[in-house]
Design a binder for this molecule. Structure first.
Ligand code: CTP
Ligand code: CA
Length: 222
């Protein structure tokens, strides 16, 4: 059956999604990484595409299939993710779900060898904040959504993050329980209007709910 326009409220819209972890090389054979399966971000890309959006998914290293109809750009490091995101703009909305490593390593060109002496020290350098860069840049999408994984003071941290990063919305999730790699998520949607706490639900349902909210928001501001 033909899909009605009502079923595809994001038709003609471009939405950019980041998902997964980033890997930051230590040397050619080692890396440090953030914990993320990419499941929530991929589910959001899928839900947005189902509502008719053209979706660009910038994905860190994950083992997940590309959702149907989604354009996927694979990256490894935070700096590669930042470049891919800049290259994918402009967009009507950006949803930054990736667990970006906050620091990269001053990497060695050759494999670091055990030499019987002291363990090597890693020098860390702060990575660019992709969300803040997009939210304050010249190509700012009409709607910028960030995620915030927190282990305590979830809502307070999310409210502060929303202001600091100039995001329109922050989806805050409590990662003190078994979110990572799991199938369910409990989130709070923090907007200019306040905080909405959603019941714990499958990541696909979080994705569907968020995609519908994004469609509503973009319809309200053409
Ligand atoms: N983010 C990003 N680029 C970074 C770090 C974070 O785009 N270098 C985005 C994430 O994708 C997420 C949001 O910013 O949408 C919040 O990430 P989070 O790690 O919770 O925020 P931080 O500012 O890094 O704060 P924290 O010290 O709590 O890690
Ligand atoms: Ca961080």
């Amino acid at each position: 059956a033909a899909l009605t326009p009502a079923g595809r409220p994001l038709a003609g819209r471009h939405v950019l999604v980041t998902a997964g972890p980033t890997h930051e090389p230590i040397d050619p054979v080692r890396f440090i990484a953030n914990r993320s399966s990419g499941r929530q971000g991929f589910a959001i890309a899928d839900a947005l595409a189902r509502l008719g959006a053209r979706v660009t998914l910038v994905a860190g290293p994950v083992t997940l299939p590309t959702p149907p109809g989604v354009t996927r750009i694979d990256v490894e490091s935070a700096r590669q993710m930042a470049d891919a995101v800049q290259g994918a703009l402009p967009a009507d909305a950006a949803v930054m779900v990736a667990a970006v490593a906050d620091w990269r390593v001053e990497a060695a060109r050759q494999k670091v060898k055990k030499d019987g002496g002291a363990a090597p020290a890693l020098t860390l350098v702060e990575n660019p904040d992709i969300l803040a860069t997009v939210a304050t840049g010249p190509d700012r999408p009409a709607l910028v959504v960030g995620f915030a994984a927190e282990t305590e003071h979830v809502i307070d941290h999310a409210i502060a993050k929303r202001a600091r990063k100039r995001a329109d919305w922050i989806v805050a999730n409590d990662v003190s329980s078994d979110v990572f790699g799991g199938k369910a998520n409990s989130v709070h949607l923090v907007t200019a209007d306040g905080v909405e706490s959603w019941e714990r639900m499958a990541k696909e349902d979080v994705a569907r709910g968020l995609a519908q909210r994004i469609a509503d928001a973009l319809q309200a501001r053409p």
